[in-house]
Design a protein around this ligand. Sequence first.
Ligand code: FAD
Length: 447
Amino acid sequence: MAQASSNGNQRPRVVIIGAGFAGLRVIEGLRKAPVDILVIDRNNYHGFWPLLYQVATSILEPQQVVEPVRSIIRQARNARFVQATVEAIDREQHQVITDRGTFPYDELVIAAGSTSNFFGLEEIKEHGFELKDMPDAMALRNHMISCFEQAVLETDPECLDQWLTVVIVGGGPTGVELAGAIAELIRNDFRNDYPTIDFSKVRVVLVEAMDRVLLTFPPELSQKAQQALTDLGVELRFGTQVVGYKDQKLHFKDGTSMSARTVVWTAGVQANPLGKTLGVSLQRGGRVPITPELHLPEDPNVWVIGDMAYLEGKDGKPYPQLATTAMQQGRLVARNILHKLKGERLERYRYVDRGTMAIIGRHAAVARIWNVNWTGPIAWLIWLLVHLFYLISFRDRVMVLVNWIYNYFTQERGARAVVAPRRMTTAQLEAAVAEPSRADPTAATQT
Ligand SMILES: Cc1cc2nc3c(=O)[nH]c(=O)nc-3n(C[C@H](O)[C@H](O)[C@H](O)COP(=O)(O)OP(=O)(O)OC[C@H]3O[C@@H](n4cnc5c(N)ncnc54)[C@H](O)[C@@H]3O)c2cc1C
């Protein structure tokens, strides 16, 4: 029998914050349960972030890696969706406070993901780029193309170097995949698009503070990835810490600097700041400590999962902030809410390691699956199949596959037009005044 909700409602109200990898699995697991689900997300879409770099580098169109939340929850008749930004959680009143009103809950699932951690480097946050959401990918793509448009007529050699230099900070999977894809975009498409540019002046630089890329992978795989990046013409700088970015100059701890108009920060992740409003002490990276059953230790009605959660495995290390962790935790929370409704014992989380992988370019990838290292075309094929399989809708799978096949045979990326909204919001207008090329990439092309 359904447990009565705290306000006398017959069906318990389950509020899910975030329609990401974790949130969607909770909805899926509860879609036949005697509960009323309210999904709240600041975007009206679910984003498949592992393919975000392909949007940033013109391989895919944005709509191919996002899916409207409303079309996903259509199969769950007990679920409603509200597009709103959650600002705080009032655990005493059992309420979620958003920019569009306050929503009561009986069970609250917090799955709001993570944001970039700039480690206090405000200049990078303001003038650099990141890759955490669709607008980030669009802004980066438009900006990079606009830089080359600008370079065509540039006569000042110093300015030319700035337009033609792309620096990626952080040698984790996102940085490596992005660096490889940018190098390929420049090598294949830009070389044809901009015949008057001297490509010996173009630089793609990957900066990493440690001594190798892909630190969470075995060193042999890091070596392979580094070789593949070097083959694509990416410059690797190890043991280099970024300390600032001013007037198009990136400054390093060793006193050196590098001019670049495009700086992409992939060097740090922190949990969504929403955790700070829970009134609990947070772990490293702002992650929220939870029990093995995935709720707050002092509040069994508040479940925290995915990138926001902090739970250690048997080795004393926190579970990784990966889509696989988020999906597994989402499924478990749905089961545990059902167990709770039936008065049964809750299950504990058991991480199933599905492996890790990173793609570097055409026919080049590295993967660690079932404790085996995979490299080259086999790893590349595994990467493609896994990502295709996990895409949320059949339509997206078809569109992405068609794009990949077209791209494979023609080596041409379709999404190279700078399309930016003409009608701007007040906030965009203010940003455009502060920094024209970032907020309105079309402005940079008007010479
Ligand atoms: C570029 C990139 C590449 C990646 N590649 C891989 C990969 O190859 N393999 C892998 O396993 N993992 C990868 N990851 C990590 C993976 O995407 C995350 O671990 C996973 O998305 C975490 O799931 P989540 O549900 O916790 O958060 P998300 O999937 O990020 O979902 C969070 C949701 O919360 C919403 N939200 C956030 N704040 C608010 C708010 N205040 N109010 C309302 N809604 C809010 C967001 O809009 C979003 O829909 C990648 C991540 C990125 C950014």
